[in-house]
Design a protein around this ligand. Structure first.
Ligand SMILES: [Zn+2]
Length: 179
């Protein structure tokens, strides 16, 4: 997995963290092994056969990743992301830096390496201010902004972004009605 494809790897971190029930009104978006398989497929990741016992470590990784986005000290974030990157694999330099994981790595191990690489690469290429909370009043998600201008506001732009717009629209209408 190439180190420089941070739009993919950091996007995966954002997507994984926001499957947590603490983000979207208590709804667990990785409730079973089927949704975990779909999540891995959708992100183009192949792990060895995925078993039900693979789910709790992935959910635990997800809860470890959120504080890395919320972390206010860039040095601590880099240290934690580096630890993830080296947990089961390693970085190699051939045509460019790439992270490697063994073929028998578990989904949580693969995701951990990808997440560590994504966080480090965003630091390196985009800077320390790309780790942010969602701007929606109705969502407690967090995200890594890999957009070119760096002005993304929502963790799931097509989802909580729209909800925020609807909520703002209603609030304006209520305010207008009172005056
Ligand atoms: Zn959001």
């Amino acid at each position: 997995m190439p180190f420089d494809d941070y739009v993919w790897s950091a996007g995966l971190v954002t997507d994984l963290v926001n499957t947590s029930p603490q983000v979207w009104h208590g709804a667990e978006h990785l409730p079973d092994v089927g949704t975990l398989r779909t999540f891995l497929d959708e992100h183009g990741l192949v792990a060895r056969a995925v078993e039900p016992s693979d789910l709790p470590p992935v959910q635990a990784l997800r809860e470890r990743l959120r504080p890395l986005i919320e972390e206010s000290d860039p040095a601590r974030r880099v240290a934690a992301a580096s630890a993830l990157t080296g947990a089961v694999g390693g970085l190699t330099l051939a045509d460019g830096w790439a992270a490697t994981v063994p073929d028998d790595a578990s989904p949580a191990e693969v995701l951990g390496v990808v997440a560590g690489v994504g966080i480090l690469a965003v630091h390196l290429h985009l800077g320390v201010d790309r780790f942010r909370p969602c701007s929606s009043d109705t969502c407690s998600g967090v995200f890594i902004d890999t957009s070119r201008p760096g002005r993304r506001r929502y963790c799931m732009p097509g989802h909580c972004g729209n909800r925020a717009n609807v909520a703002a629209h209603r609030a304006r209408r209520r305010a207008a009605g009172r005056t």
